[in-house]
Design a protein around this ligand. Structure first.
Ligand code: PNS
Length: 169
């Protein structure tokens, strides 16, 4: 065995969960920062059968894998059910979330407290880079749908996938 576990220290793992429909530069900023703080970062894409996204879950996974390929300690997986179960199965003690603005805080705090109450998993909030404080996948999709320029908000590969998908619709 190599790495921290062989040296008797615990591997520090975290998860960055979300819908990622599609991944934006804001998500990527949080994932890259988490990858500097933790030994292993799981990006967990929620499967929500009740809500059809613009991209299928497999497409989202492929896009995330491609744009996070430079981070050797990032793994990308889909999940359904409770996030705390995903964490338990992989021995992940921490959820890392970006906070864009105070308006995010109310719901994020509820989820953090619920998740902690359910299983003891901690949530760490990372202040979003101000460049992306207004950014969400929904807004990107809306702006792109009406021909607005989102090239500074998503990685080039995601931009291509968005344009391709929106041309089909
Ligand atoms: O990108 P999103 O849609 O804001 O992400 C929300 C997500 C996936 C992080 C949240 O809905 C979630 O954790 N869902 C999994 C189901 C769950 O554990 N629900 C209880 C939360 S307290």
């Amino acid at each position: 065995m190599t790495g921290p576990e062989s040296e008797g220290t615990q591997v520090r793992r975290c998860v960055c969960p979300g819908s990622f429909d599609p991944i934006t530069n804001g998500h990527l900023d949080i994932i890259s920062r988490a990858s500097r703080l933790y030994d292993e970062v799981y990006v967990a894409v929620m499967i929500n059968k009740a809500k059809k996204g613009l991209f299928e879950v497999e497409e989202r996974l492929d896009l995330i894998r491609a744009v996070t390929a430079e981070y050797a300690n990032v793994r990308v997986e889909a999940f359904h059910g409770l996030l705390v179960d995903f964490c338990k199965q992989r021995d992940i003690p921490a959820i890392v979330k970006g906070l864009r603005a105070v308006s995010d805080f109310d719901y994020e705090l509820q989820m953090a407290q619920m998740n902690n109450g359910l299983s003891g998993v901690e949530t760490l909030f990372v202040p979003t880079n101000p460049t992306y404080s207004f950014l969400s996948s929904s807004l990107v999709k809306e702006v792109a749908t009406w021909g607005g320029d989102v090239s500074h908000l998503v990685p080039p590969l995601v931009l291509d996938a968005l344009n391709e998908r929106l041309r089909q619709d």
